[in-house]
Ligand binder design. Sequence first.
Ligand code: RTP
Ligand code: MG
Length: 142
Amino acid sequence: MANERTLSIIKPDAVAKNVIGEIYTRFEKAGLAIVAAKMMHLTQEQAEGFYAEHKERPFFNDLVAFMTSGPVVVQVLEGEDAIVKNRDLMGATNPKEAEAGTIRADFASSIDANAVHGSDSAASAEREIAYFFNDGEICPRG
Ligand code: RTP
Ligand code: MG
């Protein structure tokens, strides 16, 4: 077990549904601490840069359009095995395949409007956290 940080985004559909607090509660109940947070409306450039790994995928333009369609909440989660723990809380990318009780099963409406993002590896967590936060904006516990 390792103490880790991961980057989480509450996507525009979940912000519009007014479930920021319910999603934060799930993180906290699972033992993940929110050590940095901000609400922002991503520009096209910010969304394209964030999802650069998907640039050649057929869904890229729809993904960028969706992620810029309204405000998002971006946070750094910290805790034991934070990367996998957050992915488990999120559930499968397609909410139809997401296990009952996961964030996507409960709050997502489609594979595009799927409520949350979470880093999928230690390397992406490092890149994604640095993409949105400088060291002074992260407030570790203890
Ligand atoms: P995320 O990066 O947002 O946490 O989601 P993920 O790891 O579960 O999924 P990923 O493969 O990284 O895809 C990023 C986002 O692109 C949209 N997507 N659409 N139409 C499609 O086949 C398709 N596949 C992926 C989803 O909104 C996904 O969250
Ligand atoms: Mg991903």
